[in-house]
Design a protein around this ligand. Structure first.
Ligand code: AMP
Length: 314
């Protein structure tokens, strides 16, 4: 593994779209009520620790002022693509973790403005070269992608809900993107194949160059046209896991931001990027909402990367 201190070549501009929402999360020991969440919010909080991020998303005019202030407080996040829709309701989601803190039950999903027309990508963002399509309806992801014609690499996230209700739109999206990140149960659900590597290969048949299949506490596998790579999860002790919400989005944030700051998208860089994703996810799970990635210092991030590299050495 190479360290982050490698001097960056020319960095690439990174854009994220996805939900910005209000989350209510229950764990076996604690509860967080109406905190800031959403796929794009988590992604941006993590990615911005490594590279500047342009955020495109939509909220309703009920979006709490303190949540907006939290987004505004993130360094290196350009919010010119954050639209506030008059009369609209902000995306809201509720989830409950089972005792093992791995399995989660969705209690409610209120799409609100996310069910309406997607936000506009500002003209100033149209030249973005790296695009991450955070979890939302795949038809919306496709419409957003079409607004970024100069992209060099686009990666999408998805989830079971969309595999169920928008399968064809998802398959269409896969023909337009370069990569997809999804968890092992989603990969199995989408392809009908249980084995993560075989499911990943099946997904490449839909069009992308690579698939990252996340396996929760067992790490992740990159299935790429040029090869296969694996990364373990950070070996977190029980007391490090407070709330796993956002682990997937912050994993993607660390992954994409490493590509952005190096300006590279070759197989080896993707492999190192998996480790930065893992490091970001390990901070997210240590606190509710965006707090885990926000409060880690730059030195904490570097130190955890080095610890992880030691743990994972082969
Ligand atoms: P993760 O734990 O990485 O899967 O991400 C959890 C975040 O995704 C939460 O902050 C939710 O607000 C958001 N989320 C949950 N369901 C959806 C959905 N159907 N579409 C988009 N975002 C969602």
């Amino acid at each position: 593994m190479t360290s982050s201190s490698t001097a960056p070549t020319q960095s690439s501009s990174l854009l994220v779209t996805g939900t910005i929402g209000i989350d209510t999360v229950e764990t076996p020991t604690a509860r967080a009520e109406r905190v800031l969440g959403g796929s794009a919010a988590y992604f941006a909080a993590a990615a911005s620790r490594l590279a500047p991020v342009r955020l495109v998303g939509v909220v309703g005019d009920d979006f709490p002022a303190q949540h907006r202030a939290l987004l505004e407080g993130l360094n290196s996040v350009d919010l010119r693509g954050l639209e506030t829709r008059a009369g609209g309701k902000t995306f809201a989601w509720g989830g409950k973790y089972l005792l093992n803190m791995n399995e989660r039950e969705t209690l409610f999903t209120e799409l609100g403005v996310v069910a309406e027309a997607p936000p506009k990508v500002p003209a100033a963002f149209a030249d973005s070269s790296l695009v991450f399509l955070g979890n939302t309806h795949p038809a919306v992801q496709t419409q957003l992608l079409e607004q970024i014609p100069q992209r060099k690499l686009a990666v999408a996230d998805t989830m079971d809900l969309w595999i169920n209700v928008a399968h064809d739109e998802l398959v269409h999206l896969l023909s337009k993107v370069d990569g997809i990140v999804l968890n092992d149960s989603e990969a199995a659900h989408l392809t009908g194949v249980r084995n993560a590597v075989s499911a990943g290969r099946r997904i490449l048949g839909y069009g992308p160059k690579f698939a990252v299949v996340k396996k929760g506490e067992h790490g992740a596998v990159l299935i790429h046209r040029d090869g296969v790579a694996v990364v373990p999860a950070f070996p977190a002790e029980e007391d490090m896991v407070v709330d796993p919400t956002g682990a997937g989005d912050t994993f993607a944030g660390g992954f994409m931001a490493h590509l952005a700051r190096t300006g590279r998208t070759d197989f080896e860089t993707l492999q190192t990027a998996l480790s930065w994703g893992t490091v970001m996810a390990s901070f997210t799970i240590g606190a509710f909402s965006l707090d885990g990635v926000k409060r880690a210092s730059a030195a904490d991030l570097e130190a955890r990367y080095k610890t992880f590299a030691r743990h994972a050495r082969v």
